[in-house]
Design a protein around this ligand. Structure first.
Ligand SMILES: Cc1cc2nc3c(=O)[nH]c(=O)nc-3n(C[C@H](O)[C@H](O)[C@H](O)COP(=O)(O)OP(=O)(O)OC[C@H]3O[C@@H](n4cnc5c(N)ncnc54)[C@H](O)[C@@H]3O)c2cc1C
Length: 403
């Protein structure tokens, strides 16, 4: 396998991240790359690829050892998602979804909930899903209509979810509902729903443009009874929890963008150089793509490092800029490589066309890129309006509202 390592972004990787990258690459080369084309062509769930990473202890980053994790931080995690996405984007989607299900449990769970769920999600023994989106509530999370009624000591959940990654087989579902439909975001509440809970019904697995090796499913909750111990955090705490969780999930999507861009660039490079030195217009286009990938990787690692700082300010706008830039880059690089290759770029064997298909959804999930534009615009106006009005620069407490 070939890699596009760049000296400058690599300066943000310490010995622990570099050692992890070597171990990842060994498993990616032997277990993930050989299956990647078949996963895409057949639409086969890339579980074996994800499980190979999990078996090697590479799917437990971001979590502390007492919860079954390795203790690696967000830079390592972002680097890992990008490395995996460069080889097989579907595998990276399964990989990050495990983290997206586990992370709210780390943030808001009791110690008992953490010990119950995190080790098995980290080891791949159980699959997890994060279920927020509904048929009538996508970008507007506060509009969700899955209701949680108090029922004795526990709750009854009623509603429908859609577009849920790994939803067809998840053993653990972190499900967002409302305890008060009239309260908007103040009613949002998260629950841990076991995959075999009576009343939980799996709907269709949806056919998609890309990411063929990852499943996206409907879920129906018809009077799903959960115990009081399934409440994640506090009643009404779901909005804040989702906002804390999207920092990690948007970094994941951004890392996929960097990885897919890298994979598409490398897949087309050999072919474009095959007949000797390519024409200058091609060489210049390749130079621009490599420059953009290096810049995106640098932004990815730097933003991930900022997110790990204990004294980190609210990073909503910074993470939005990262997600926007890196996922747009994934589409741009795959699209440009397709154009440079001509007809060959459209062929399945070249390794560029499926990356173009895989890249598109990274612009949609974890907050569409229009939502990221809204967040950046809101932050710009909050920070700069006092300056424009002749006052002093905006303060960080104002920025905290920008979610
Ligand atoms: C493959 C895949 C996997 C997914 N996995 C999961 C998952 O695991 N869990 C989960 O909960 N969800 C998941 N999703 C759902 C995803 O997060 C939503 O599709 C996304 O949030 C957008 O919601 P929507 O599809 O309802 O589109 P809408 O919100 O209806 O948006 C439609 C269009 O309108 C734009 N738009 C919306 N609001 C505004 C606004 N205020 N200003 C400007 N433009 C706006 C959007 O940018 C978009 O272009 C997944 C989706 C896909 C496709």
């Amino acid at each position: 396998m070939r890699y596009l390592d760049e000296h400058v972004p690599d300066t943000l990787l310490g010995p622990a991240e570099l050692e992890l990258r070597e171990r990842l690459r060994t498993v990616l080369a032997s277990e993930v790359a050989p299956r990647a084309a078949e996963v895409d062509a057949a639409g086969a769930f890339a579980g074996p690829s994800y499980q190979a990473l999990a078996r090697a202890g590479l799917a437990r980053l971001l979590f502390r050892p007492e919860h079954g994790g390795t203790g690696h931080g967000t830079v390592a995690y972002a680097m890992a998602v990008a490395e995996i996405a460069a080889v097989c984007a579907s595998t990276s989607l399964i990989y990050m979804t495990q983290t997206h299900a586990a992370f709210p449990i780390l943030v808001a769970g009791t110690e008992a909930q953490r010990h119950e769920y995190l080790p098995s999600l980290c080891s791949g023994e159980r699959y997890g899903s994060l279920a927020i989106t509904e048929p009538e509530a996508g970008s507007d999370v506060a509009a969700l209509r899955t209701v949680a009624y108090r029922d004795g000591a526990g709750y009854l959940l009623d509603g429908a979810k859609t577009f849920i990654t790994t939803g067809d087989r998840a053993d653990v579902i972190v499900c967002f509902a409302t305890v008060d439909p009239a309260a908007g975001r103040d009613g949002l509440t998260a629950f841990i729903v076991e995959g075999d809970a009576p009343g939980l019904r799996r709907g269709r697995v949806l056919d998609k443009l890309g990411m063929h090796g990852s499943t996206t499913a409907e879920l129906f909750l018809d009077g799903v009874r959960v115990p009081a111990g399934a409440l994640l955090g506090r009643e009404g705490g779901g909005w804040e929890l989702s906002m804390r969780s999207v920092v990690k999930s948007r970094i994941s999507a951004a890392a996929q963008g960097v990885g897919i861009a890298t994979g598409a660039y490398l897949a087309g490079l050999d072919r474009l150089h095959a007949g000797g030195r390519p024409p200058q217009r091609v060489a210049f286009a390749l130079a621009e793509l490599r420059t953009a990938i290096a810049a995106a990787r640098l932004l990815l690692y730097a933003t991930a490092a900022a997110a790990d700082r204990a004294d980190a300010p609210d990073l909503v706008a910074e993470v939005a800029m990262l997600k926007l830039a890196c996922t747009d880059l994934g589409v741009h690089v795959a699209d440009t490589m397709t154009g440079l290759l001509g007809g060959a770029g459209d062929l399945t064997g070249t390794g560029v066309e499926h990356r173009l298909r895989d890249a598109v959804v990274t612009q949609i999930y974890d907050g569409t890129n229009n939502v990221q534009r809204l967040l950046v615009d809101r932050d710009t106006r909050k920070r700069l309006s006092p300056v424009l009005a002749g006052g002093s620069e905006g303060s960080s407490p104002e920025r905290r509202e920008a979610s």
